[in-house]
Design a protein around this ligand. Structure first.
Ligand SMILES: Cc1ncc(COP(=O)(O)O)c(C=O)c1O
Length: 395
């Protein structure tokens, strides 16, 4: 087939964003045989009870479409979990939608609630999916910078971003890529602004259980007055190490859920049936699963942050999630894309160029993001390779 380049056939909307840099780095990692610290996917096992439930569901021929908004059993389990962990009261019949990953939940939530031309506030640095999701919905991203140190909102800048055009704000805590965990005061500021401007909050809480140093995850929907104007998004991918199963969910008041369900139905019909069954088992895991998950990630975090600092990166310790956004300016004068590609091809360790997490791309020019969702031995080998690579660049 002839390639006439983008623009001849693609919609103007689609021309406004590029393919995901994160997934592109994964393809490059595979091509180069590099350790993939680019995309956040674990190389260790999922809980065996959860895997057994998925296998059993397939062997029992649960092969057909599920109820479009999710199996009754999984919606009930999600509602119970939301009450226990998030202090959110959700009716499984009317307030919960199971989606193909939290990725789908985010896109359909924006499409379902924001009119074409409406503004969606996206604090930066941000997970790169939010901007394309907003554009796909025909809405307009409006960025606010989080302060470099501490990655908190600049109160005045956040207030200035809200206007009568604001329809929604995306709130990602724990944050990818910065690792910032929003505290109650920061969430209260968002809640007050949403109330003042009659905006909704769409939260991405996919890393809610990967949180360090005794911090507590707070769901925005649990704050006074927020349950009716928040869409709470999370999923199985990170908490149970099953990123390929594609099961996520959105919790919202009935009226918003009705809109989300309509878009979800016509987008994907339903999330995979056997993995919804396994999701019920996952959500039944005891507290020890969550305690161990956070503890093991904290150990990996400490090792990776210390190693990167020793190698010469400037890297703050994340408060949650499993990424380190590391500044490499004392190792190399390359820009982030050249550095990340060089690293992947020559050191055989893949990372994500920092600029893909910023609208003001220059803010990420001397940064790369490493994921530490890997076995200890994988991380040790990756850090050894990085050390040798940095030494070579310096010599
Ligand atoms: C902040 C954030 N949200 C969502 C996702 C994707 O989650 P899911 O697998 O549930 O679509 C990721 C994956 O890396 C992420 O980092």
């Amino acid at each position: 087939m002839t390639d006439k380049g983008e623009g001849s056939r693609s919609s103007k909307r689609v021309q406004l964003f590029t393919e995901s840099v994160i997934r592109e780095m994964t393809r490059l990692a595979d091509e180069c045989g590099a350790i993939n610290l680019a995309q956040g996917m674990p190389d260790f096992e999922a809980p065996s009870r959860v895997k057994a439930a998925a296998t059993k569901a397939i062997m029992e021929d649960l092969n057909q479409y599920e109820t479009t908004w999710g199996s009754a059993g999984l919606r009930e389990a999600i509602a119970e979990k939301a009450l226990r962990f998030n202090r959110i009261q959700a009716n499984p019949e009317t307030d919960v939608t199971v989606t193909c990953g939290s990725t789908e939940a985010m896109t359909v939530s924006i499409i379902a609630t924001v009119d074409v031309g409406g503004e969606v506030i996206i604090p930066e640095p941000f997970y790169e999916n939010y901007v394309p999701a907003t554009i796909i919905a025909g809405a307009k991203p409006r960025h606010v910078k989080l302060s470099e140190e501490g990655q908190s909102f600049d109160e005045e800048e956040l207030k200035a971003a809200f206007s009568s055009r604001t329809k929604a704000i995306i709130v990602n805590t724990p944050n990818n890529p910065s690792g910032k965990v929003l505290n109650k005061d920061e969430l209260k500021l968002v809640a007050d602004l949403c109330a003042d401007y009659d905006a909704i909050a769409i939260t991405d809480e996919i890393y809610e259980h990967i949180i360090y140093d005794g911090r507590k995850h707070i769901s925005l929907a649990s704050l006074d007055g927020m349950s009716d104007r928040t869409i709470t998004i999370s999923g199985l991918s990170k908490t149970y190490s099953v990123t390929g199963w594609r099961v996520g969910y959105a919790i919202a008041a009935k009226e918003i859920t009705n809109a989300i369900r309509k878009v979800h139905d016509y987008t994907t019909v339903c999330a995979p049936t056997p993995f919804q069954k396994a999701g019920i088992e996952a959500l039944k895991l005891p507290q020890s699963h969550y305690t161990r998950l956070a503890k093991e990630y904290q150990r990996r975090r400490d090792f990776v942050v210390k190693s990167l600092q020793n190698i010469g990166f400037r890297a703050a310790s994340p408060e949650g999630a499993y990424y380190v956004l590391a500044d490499f300016s004392s190792i190399s004068a390359m820009d982030d894309t050249s550095f990340a590609r060089n690293l992947t091809k020559n050191a055989k360790v893949a990372a994500v160029p920092g600029s893909s997490f910023y609208a003001h791309r220059e803010m990420g020019r001397s940064k790369v993001r490493f994921s530490f969702a890997k076995r200890d031995q994988t991380l040790r080998e990756a850090m050894n390779r990085l050390n040798r690579f940095a030494a070579k660049l310096r010599s």
